[in-house]
Design a protein around this ligand. Structure first.
Ligand SMILES: Cc1cc2nc3c(=O)[nH]c(=O)nc-3n(C[C@H](O)[C@H](O)[C@H](O)COP(=O)(O)OP(=O)(O)OC[C@H]3O[C@@H](n4cnc5c(N)ncnc54)[C@H](O)[C@@H]3O)c2cc1C
Length: 446
């Protein structure tokens, strides 16, 4: 079978290499020309490329299962697996400390050498069709015939969009800025309250540190997109002042420990979206064209689920193709049903969580008349550690968000008693807004 994969991001490259390994002929087309000779890689069109990424265990497992050589190359490039001790004393892989750029450079270099895989630069303008099925793609005017077209075109991709029923969801209402730093040789990482770094939710904003590979880490400040005063955080002097004022960020970014080596990067629009394989009538949008990765689901990146949901999809698609690569309608229907059951719940989880968080960031209290969002169910385990066994599988994405239902009644009881998640020490949202105003940026109002 000849497969055309549109998009050489994590999803496209992973799927393409796994298909080539099964003996299929694969052509990957991406408009991006790849890293420059000097090693820099602007990666236009993938705005998140230089923002922090946390890789969950499922990403490592996908590589170990399908591309073990690439997993070894990732480790050789400096990626650090993080393990945690389970109740039985055994250590299990929980995440991988690794920049997105390190991850993608390793994937791309491996794809370029893969037998049976042709990686080309070009913009795919349209999917070619004949007799109601996909027959290839048109790339910069030239036709590339294919038995199957895989659209791994990411969150910004437009290819074949109009064939599908519209996406659910949209802007998640949260915006962020980030910056990368390098630890001085021999310097120890700063404080950490989860294996990849430090996360603190304040009333009105959130700060996060992600430790990556090779002594590099990122700092993030997230806020409601509507909070115009905090939009000034994208200015270097305001970001630096805020980082110095927020205790956890101050500890990490102390010039005695680390120095920044990127500008302050605004995070663009963050989205929670889900779009399946079917058209408005419930039929497969185009047999022989399969959408996968961010082209199906995007979630607010605060807890790093995107590459996991993407590679879980890719693995399921491979599994379905292994079973039957010829029934293209059956393939589309089966993949759509699996994504609806297994991927869409993560989108719905974030949709509700983010809407409730924004409401609380605007000053509202927890609404006990409505189901608690997942972040609050998880936070309740600080008050009752007996909840940890119920929330652990969800936190690791080993069980769907519905698994939190078992913890909901107890969590609701805790909040009804008046308990609230402790607020970490640090500036309030208004303090940050004043700080921005003091630097001549914006006003302290919302
Ligand atoms: C700010 C931010 C932070 C994130 N942090 C995390 C994190 O911590 N952990 C995590 O797991 N996930 C994170 N994500 C999500 C993660 O980045 C995505 O899940 C991931 O990029 C999906 O990979 P993909 O290959 O599906 O799409 P992409 O990476 O977007 O790749 C799509 C590719 O398709 C190409 N393309 C599109 N259309 C065409 C066309 N017509 N012709 C040719 N080429 C085309 C593009 O050039 C691009 O190379 C984050 C996302 C954002 C926005």
């Amino acid at each position: 079978m000849h497969v055309a994969v549109v998009g050489a991001g994590p999803t496209g490259l992973f799927t393409a290499m796994a298909l080539a390994g099964r003996g299929h002929r694969v052509t990957v087309v991406d408009r991006d020309t790849g890293p420059r000779p000097d090693g820099s890689w602007p990666r236009r069109g993938v705005m998140q490329f230089h923002h922090p990424h946390a890789l969950r265990a499922q990403v490592a497992e996908a590589l170990q299962a399908e591309l073990p050589d690439v997993w070894e190359e990732l480790l050789a490039a400096g990626a650090e697996p993080v393990t945690v001790e389970g109740a039985d004393g055994a250590r299990t892989l929980m995440a991988v400390r690794c920049r997105r750029s390190t991850f993608e450079q390793v994937l791309r270099a491996a794809a370029e050498r893969r037998p049976g895989l042709d990686l080309r630069t070009g913009h795919v303008d349209e999917v070619c069709t004949s007799r109601g099925r996909a027959t290839g793609v048109r790339t910069d005017g030239a036709i590339l015939d294919a038995d199957l077209v895989i659209a791994a075109t990411g969150r910004a991709g437009r290819l074949g969009q109009d064939r599908r029923a519209p996406a659910r969801g949209g802007d998640c209402g949260i915006a962020y800025v980030s910056r990368q730093y390098r630890l001085h040789p021999g310097a120890q990482p700063g404080p950490m309250n989860f294996p990849l770094g430090q996360t603190d939710v304040y009333p009105g904003y959130q700060s996060i540190v992600f430790l990556h590979d090779n002594g590099i880490f990122s700092t993030v400040i997230a806020r409601s997109s509507d909070d115009r005063a905090l939009a000034a955080l994208r200015l270097t002097e305001v970001f630096e002042a805020a980082a110095a004022a927020i205790p956890a960020l101050a500890a990490w970014t102390d010039p005695g420990r680390a120095l920044p080596f990127t500008p302050v990067l605004p995070g663009g629009r963050l989205r929670n979206t889900y779009q399946g394989q079917l058209d408005d009538t419930g039929a497969v949008a185009l047999p022989g064209l399969v959408f996968v990765g961010d082209a199906v689901c995007t979630t607010n990146p605060a807890v790093g689920r995107g590459i996991t949901t993407s590679l879980l999809q890719a693995r399921q698609l491979l599994h379905l193709l292994d079973d039957d690569a010829h029934d293209l309608v059956g393939l589309g229907l089966a993949f759509d049903a699996w994504c609806s059951d297994t991927i869409a719940p993560w989108f719905e989880d974030h949709l509700y969580w983010d809407a409730e968080l924004i409401r609380r960031w605007a000053g509202a209290d927890i609404d006990l008349t409505r189901p608690l969002p997942s972040d609050l169910v998880v936070a309740a385990a600080q008050a009752d550690p007996g909840l940890f066994p119920l929330i652990g599988p969800y936190l690791g994405m080993r069980a769907l968000p519905a698994s939190l239902d078992a913890a909901r009644p107890r969590a609701a009881e805790i909040y009804a008693s008046g308990w609230r998640p402790p607020v970490p020490q640090g500036p309030s949202r208004d303090d940050l807004a004043d700080l921005a105003a003091a630097h001549g940026a914006g006003t302290s109002g919302r």
